[in-house]
Design a protein around this ligand. Structure first.
Ligand code: CTP
Ligand code: CA
Length: 235
């Protein structure tokens, strides 16, 4: 950074971050989950804390411990994560959705353990869509007329119909967030790994910013960028 860069660029700011993967119950002992480790969200929480912010971490299932020096709320499901994020976001200067939220949950949750029953058909799981929490956070922000910065993450693979950046640009528009941090996902990439390669897209339309390295390195770049956006938008 420049010689005049502040030591604690997020001093006085409150940053709310979701991390990990939600778990959607089928019965008291089973759930639908995903492979998110929580590492990127935890790295962001540490980087924001080290930049001087007050950090609220909404933690779905994580394979790593929550960092010291941040307020942690633990959740399981997407619906719980939504409630926790909406309340933590109130009064936050920055909201970052790094959690892997289940797009669908089982339509019915059995109150008792689902059993095999000979002579009966095997169960079929019906799914219903979970709310888009990132989109809701943007809607609430806009309705409140505050200048809160809302940041999303996206994992994209690209396919025959479009490349990673095309899909990411569409997603940024659809979500309405200020920044979208895009991971290029291959079969062996991102989930549970310590290295990461991302592009940061902005709604304001500035040049895509690339970053790669450990999830810690990526988090530092994202938090730096957030600091720059904050001092530009509401110093
Ligand atoms: N997200 C969210 N609520 C959901 C799903 C996703 O808030 N129900 C957030 C994620 O935390 C992430 C961003 O939205 O910050 C993008 O997630 P992604 O899964 O890439 O987007 P989706 O809208 O679910 O699109 P897709 O169909 O490609 O999975
Ligand atoms: Ca999704």
């Amino acid at each position: 950074g420049s010689p005049e860069a502040p030591l604690f660029p997020l001093a006085g700011r409150t940053v709310t971050i979701s991390a990990g993967g939600t778990r959607e119950p089928l019965d008291p002992v089973r759930f639908l989950g995903n492979r998110s480790s929580g590492k990127q969200g935890v790295a962001l929480a540490e980087a924001a804390r080290d930049a001087g912010a007050t950090v609220r971490l909404v933690a779905a299932h994580m394979e790593v411990p929550a960092p010291a020096g941040v307020d942690v709320v633990s959740v399981e499901t997407a619906l719980q994560l939504r409630d926790a994020m909406l309340s933590a976001a109130a009064g936050s200067d920055v909201v970052i959705m790094a959690a892997a939220v289940a797009d669908f949950r089982p339509a019915d949750v059995s109150g008792t353990k689902i059993k095999k029953r000979d002579g009966h058909a095997d169960p079929v799981v019906s799914l219903v869509r979970n709310p888009d929490i990132l989109h809701e956070l943007v809607t609430v922000r806009d309705a409140g007329g505050t200048s809160q910065l809302v940041v999303g993450f996206a994992a994209e693979t690209g396919d025959a119909h479009g490349d990673v950046l095309e899909y990411a640009a569409e997603k940024l528009k659809r979500k309405g967030c200020d920044l979208l941090v895009v991971n290029h996902v291959g079969s062996d990439k991102v989930f549970g790994q310590d290295h990461n390669s991302v592009v940061i897209l902005s709604r304001a339309g500035s040049e895509p910013q690339s970053a790669s390295g450990t999830k810690h390195d990526v988090a530092a770049v994202v938090i730096d960028r957030i600091g720059a956006e904050l001092s530009r938008v509401f110093p």
